[in-house]
Design a protein around this ligand. Structure first.
Ligand code: GLN
Length: 264
């Protein structure tokens, strides 16, 4: 499993969230405290951020562990932003796609990460493939389950769905098509964040009086205001706060098709 984090706040260096805290994403890459599957996150990493005056985010991704990248250490110190999304990867399956398989995945203003695994992947791909138009399948960013999940979310965003609705719809669809999948998703457009807790840990830190909202797989420090998100929950956040809503429970009798979605 991976660890991921999104931060909305006042302008600050990347490293203030990703490197400096005692249990930062950097440290979570070799010593996560709440990860329910896997051990270390050494199969790549990525950070996406929004620069002043440009609505499209920049990304820096690499195929190796975050702790061995001196260029990242430099960037984290000097690049300042009001919004970021970053992840460290523990690959579900070995693959040759290197940094292309490292989150954040991106399109337009959106940055996305998946902490989890599609059950049965890639054997489960046959029923899943029918969920995407052929063009989207051919344009997958990488040959890993998370790139497929992103393509499904992206389709929904391109249809005009809100961040929260796109994630909730994708989780519902994927949980029906590949039961047993773990689907902690994280999405931002630079102004708002949506996330799902579906099989792994998810926490948030808000209301600290700094106009800062953090959504992360696990707390990066011992601040007592970190709150854990219950499993099977959709989180929606902006700089002013966080809203949680339950995702539809999966009934064992629910039909695989047509796919039901919660109205969110
Ligand atoms: N399924 C993801 C991948 O292979 C890994 C996500 C995770 O949580 N480890 O990239």
């Amino acid at each position: 499993m991976c660890r991921h984090i999104a931060v909305l706040g006042p302008t600050a260096p990347l490293g203030e969230s990703l490197v400096e805290p005692p249990y930062s994403l950097l440290r979570q890459s070799w010593a996560p405290r709440h990860m329910r599957h896997g051990t270390v996150n050494a199969d790549g990493f990525g950070v996406g951020w929004y620069a002043p005056g440009d609505p499209l985010p920049a990304r820096y991704r690499r195929a190796g562990p975050i702790w061995g990248d001196e260029s990242f250490a430099d960037l984290a110190r000097v690049v300042r932003t009001r919004a970021l999304l970053a992840a460290v990867r523990d690959a579900t399956l070995a693959g040759a796609d290197a940094e292309a398989a490292a989150a954040p995945f991106a399109a337009g203003r959106w940055l996305f990460s998946h902490n989890g695994a599609l059950a049965g992947w890639p054997g489960s791909a046959a029923p899943l493939a029918a969920l995407l138009p052929p063009g989207a399948l051919l344009r997958l960013a990488a040959r890993c389950d998370s790139a497929f999940v992103w393509a499904l979310v992206e389709q929904r965003l391109l249809r005009g769905e809100t961040l929260g609705r796109a994630l909730a719809g994708a989780v519902t669809t994927l949980a029906q098509a590949a039961p047993g999948s773990r689907l902690n998703l994280l999405l931002t457009n630079g102004a708002a964040v949506a996330a799902t807790a579906w099989g792994d840990s998810l926490w948030y830190l808000a209301g600290t009086g700094r106009g800062r909202t953090v959504v992360a797989s696990e707390p990066y420090d011992d601040d007592s205001r970190w709150a854990e998100v219950p499993d099977r929950t959709l989180l929606r956040a902006d700089r002013t706060g966080v809203t949680l809503s339950p995702l539809a429970p999966q009934s064992s009798r629910s039909p695989r098709l047509p796919l039901k979605e919660p109205v969110l």
